[in-house]
Design a protein around this ligand. Structure first.
Ligand SMILES: [Zn+2]
Length: 491
């Protein structure tokens, strides 16, 4: 966590951060954007390459239809307007991992524009604009370590060259590092729901650059911005922005000038460092890519994509609150991933009391999954099992305690709940004669407490219930125990 020097807290309040985020998301296509090479992560270096992605003379790019569909699906989910015609452009620069000497991207006519995301902010909500969403190809990867001669040489892996990306550029609407964190969290959640990317930050499927400047509160013009590149977790981005805002305020307060530059974040020190000054940065000399036709997305394709757009987290939460009578908090937890939300809903629809299912999933199931480091898809208890267990408790056939024990057994044996239940079938004692007999024994053994109860100390009831449950190893039907106990104690 970043600590802010005491003295700068007052100064910080005079300034307002202005933050814009550029997020690159790798699309989950099987092949690259302009050739048929595989996009599989982790293949041996330089094995997924061909003349097209290597940029050999005479090789021509052919656009991957699936990449366009995925990009359009993401754009729709982010409330963007999809342009009927967009243009691919060459972004020219020299870098060792860019064999063509240019990257095919989109420039002044991107695939989609004018989107937005709603984020929680303070007690309410805030709309963060999305300027544009465009398609582009990824560059290769420079490997600076991991080889015997890494001290003298850099190795290049071109497997990633030509892998399809979308770049999502936000408006500078983000006014704090916390809002940046929320924006990224929501953005990732939405993209995951659409299924167009796995958003795996460790494998580089989601990368984020941040533009940040500060200005005196109330001032209209933006301050000079710095760009923070290649930060590999949302928490680090928040910390990097926190550091950078404080640094810029410090520079301005001491009478200095913020320089426009690219900075890198060092997570171990929680500081940003200057990488290169923007004044020296390249002019990319964009021009339309002559080897590709304008990209036209017609009405028919748009309708097809709209048809497969899934229900998105925000509206899903609202619907779940209405459908199942659960709280917004429950809905937040249960929609953390699409898998979890799908699972919950399938159980909630089968069970008699959806609210009980919501509680069971959150307290009994997720707790145990978390303890074992398992994802919902790896749960030994299926959603059918959850529904059955909820109904058994609902009907009084098993107690809450029995359910916990059965869940423990399911996890121990890696067996689904119905199997474990069938085998164990904890018999709840619902024979009133048998329960009455036990109650009589318990009262006879605790005459003093029975006296106290009759004298008006009703809280001793809990003690008696405990004794009866103990005597029956927790298998007595709790409702019957309660009813019979009060009858016996009052007689
Ligand atoms: Zn290729």
């Amino acid at each position: 966590m970043v600590t802010i020097p005491e003295a700068s807290v007052a100064a910080r309040a005079k300034y307002e951060p202005v933050i814009g985020l550029e997020v690159h998301v790798q699309l989950l296509t099987v092949t690259k954007i302009f050739c048929s090479c595989s996009t599989k992560f982790g293949a041996p270096p330089n094995t997924n390459v061909c003349p097209v992605c290597l940029g050999l003379p005479g090789a021509l790019p052919v656009l991957n239809r699936k990449a366009v569909e995925f990009a359009a699906l993401a754009a729709m989910a982010l409330n963007c307007r999809i342009n009927r015609t967009s243009i691919f452009a060459r972004k020219n620069y020299f870098y060792p991992d860019l064999p063509k000497g240019y990257q095919i991207s989109q420039y002044d006519k991107p695939l989609a524009e004018f989107g937005w995301i709603i984020i929680p902010s303070g007690d309410g909500e805030k709309k963060i604009g999305i300027t544009r969403l465009h398609l582009e190809e990824d560059a290769g990867k420079s490997l600076h370590e991991g080889f015997a001669d890494s001290a003298e040489a850099t190795a290049i892996d071109l497997n990633r060259t030509g892998v399809p990306l979308i770049e999502i550029v936000s408006e500078p609407d983000i006014a704090s590092p916390d809002e940046a964190y929320e924006y990224l969290t929501r953005l990732k959640e939405i993209i995951l729901y659409t299924g167009v990317s796995d958003c795996n930050m460790e494998e580089g499927s989601l990368r984020c650059d941040a533009n940040v400047s500060v200005r005196p509160r109330g001032q209209k013009e933006f301050g000079t911005k710095a760009e923070i590149k290649n930060v590999n977790s949302f928490r680090f981005i928040r910390d990097a922005l926190e550091y950078e805002v404080n640094r810029q305020v410090g520079v301005l307060e001491s009478g200095g000038r913020v320089t426009q530059e690219t900075r890198l974040y060092d997570a171990s020190e929680a500081k940003t460092y200057s990488m290169r000054s923007k004044e020296e940065a390249h002019d990319y000399r964009y021009f339309p890519e002559p080897d590709l036709l304008p990209l036209v997305v017609d009405e028919k394709s748009l309708a097809e994509i709209r048809a497969i757009l899934p229900e998105l987290p925000e509206s899903r939460r609202k619907r779940m609150v209405a459908d199942y009578g659960i709280t917004m908090y429950d809905a937040q937890v249960l929609t953390a991933s699409k898998n979890l939300a799908d699972g919950f809903e399938s159980a909630a629809r089968q069970a008699k009391n959806p609210k009980r299912v919501a509680n069971l999933v959150q307290s009994e199931l997720m707790g145990r999954l978390k303890a074992k480091g398992l994802d919902i898809s790896q749960s030994p208890i299926s959603m059918k099992g959850v529904a059955l267990s909820a109904d058994l408790v609902e009907s009084g056939a098993i107690s809450g305690k029995m359910l916990k024990d059965l869940y423990d057994l399911s996890f121990e044996r890696n067996q689904d709940f119905p199997e474990v239940y069938e085998k164990e079938k904890p018999q709840q004692i619902s024979d009133s004669g048998a329960i009455e007999k036990i109650i009589e024994d318990v009262i006879a053994a605790n005459l003093k407490q029975a006296e106290q109860y009759r004298a008006g100390k009703k809280t001793v009831m809990g003690f008696f219930v405990g004794q009866v449950m103990k005597a029956t190893k927790g298998q007595a039907n709790p409702q019957m125990v309660n009813a019979l106990l009060s009858k016996k104690l009052e007689s």
